[in-house]
Design a protein around this ligand. Structure first.
Ligand code: PLP
Length: 442
């Protein structure tokens, strides 16, 4: 038992937990009280191996000294500076540093505080850009079934998760959705991009024909859909979306909130797939999840389109009190340095085949119906219990936690995304633990 073992709250009622089964949790709480590198410590003093980088965000591992010290220093030096009409050096430094790792041409960065805010920002930039160019008739936004783009109104509108949409009224108007690319019958047990399904990009042609290109501002996709169970794109699919968008003057937005900052073994999924979007949405790994921050990258021509008119006028009526917050910016800079000094993106690339082999070794385990890996991401799909969807995977999650492994589940799919510092032994530990747990489930 550690000193942390004593830290337990005496009342769990007040906190309405996000995306959680509140009643189940409050009956049997799972509390983390400390973390270091690849492990969490629970309130009863147990070590839990982090198989999910927190929530896909702690790419450099936990409580890394450089990041911790940068935050401490910044908090003591300049805690906050107004984000509007004022600046501070670290926000500019971080934006500049980010453009050096971004795909070519994405040379301007707008800061937000989360993935959801980055999505809203990207959608607003797309609409305002088309209008600034004299193409204000382009008001439509196209998303995709099974897409997750955060929880704000724009994001759930272009998103394709029924449960996240159905409670919230009419959402944004003028939105349409392409078909998703998940096809386990043809692409079962895939490593990397899937073999089949490039033709699904033609669904965008259908939508363009239906609405007319002159009404469409942007298309937004996750290069690898994460939250709906890790759906890698079919070979050639993203390139074809790029072509169709170019042909019709439509902006292509990549939501790289999960895939950014080394998760794919490259700085961004855009590099992994060799397709550059016009706008790139990021958050999470930007600050190693330590301080909330998001960054939206845009191509030069988009930024330039806003920079007309009288110089004393605000060019884009959008921003957050905490856009480019000094402590977040300091965390971002220290995070990028940690990634670079430790070669973590390269490490993820080298581990990709090892990871794929290890996760795919779970094929044949009882209840497993499909496995997908790409970069340092993995998904293990389970046969749902008849009439009780999600229950089997949730049981796996609770058991894994009890046995010292943090996994994430979505529906009946187990999703894995460890910090990029994960060792081969730890990958083995993840697989061994899961083999025992999943095979033993009801
Ligand atoms: C692809 C994608 N976009 C947006 C978001 C929303 O990010 P946040 O929870 O920081 O608002 C997420 C979160 O998981 C995500 O995976």
């Amino acid at each position: 038992m550690t000193e942390h073992a004593k830290i337990v709250p005496n009342n769990l009622e007040a906190f309405w937990m996000p995306f959680s089964a509140n009643r189940q949790f409050k009956k049997a709480p799972r509390m983390f009280v400390a973390a270091r590198d690849m492990h969490y410590t629970t309130s009863d003093g147990r070590k839990v191996l982090d198989g999910t980088a927190g929530l896909w965000c702690v790419n450099a591992g936990h409580c890394r000294p450089k990041i911790t010290e940068a935050i401490q220093r910044q908090a003591a030096e300049l805690d906050y500076a107004p984000a509007f009409q004022m600046g501070h050096p670290k926000a500019f430094e971080l934006a500049s540093r980010l453009t050096t790792i971004a795909p070519e041409g994405l040379d301007h960065v707008f800061f937000t505080n989360s993935g959801s805010e980055s999505v809203e920002t990207a959608l607003k930039i797309a609409l305002a850009y088309q209008r600034a160019k004299g193409e204000g008739s382009r008001f439509r936004l196209i998303g995709r079934e099974r897409g997750y783009h955060g929880v704000n109104f724009g994001g759930i509108s272009v998103g394709g998760i029924v449960g996240n949409r159905k409670m919230f009224g009419t959402l944004l108007t003028g939105v349409d959705h392409m078909r998703h690319t998940h096809d386990p019958d043809r692409n079962g047990y895939s490593k990397g991009e899937t073999e089949h399904g490039v033709e699904l990009a033609e669904d965008l042609v259908r939508i363009v024909a239906l609405h007319d290109p002159s009404t469409i501002a942007a298309v937004i996709v996750e290069p690898v859909a994460g939250s709906t169970g890790v759906l890698p794109p079919p070979k050639g699919y993203l390139k074809r979306l790029r072509e169709i968008c170019d042909q019709h003057g439509i902006l292509l937005i990549f939501d790289e909130v999960i895939t950014g900052y080394g998760r794919m073994g490259t700085a961004f999924a855009a590099d992994y797939f060799g397709v550059t979007p016009d706008i790139m949405v990021t958050a999470k790994g930007l600050t190693n999840g330590v301080i909330p921050m998001g960054a939206v990258f845009v191509k030069d021509q988009i930024y330039d389109a806003f920079m007309g008119g009288a110089e004393h006028m605000i060019e884009f009526a959008h921003g957050y009190t905490y856009s480019g917050n000094p402590i977040a910016a300091a965390a971002g800079l220290a995070t990028l340095e940690t990634y670079q000094e430790e070669g973590l993106f390269e490490r993820a690339k080298a581990l990709e085949p090892v990871w794929a082999e290890a996760i795919h070794s779970l094929k044949g385990t009882r209840h497993v119906t499909d496995i997908r890996t790409i970069g340092l991401i993995g998904a293990i799909e389970l046969e749902p219990i008849a009439g009780e969807p999600t229950k089997r995977a949730f049981s796996a999650f609770v058991k894994a936690f009890e046995e010292g492994l943090l996994i994430r589940t979505t529906g009946d799919i187990i999703a894995l995304s460890p910090p990029l510092m994960v060792s081969e032994d730890q990958i083995g530990e993840i697989v061994d633990t899961l083999k025992g747990i999943v095979g033993g489930l009801d």
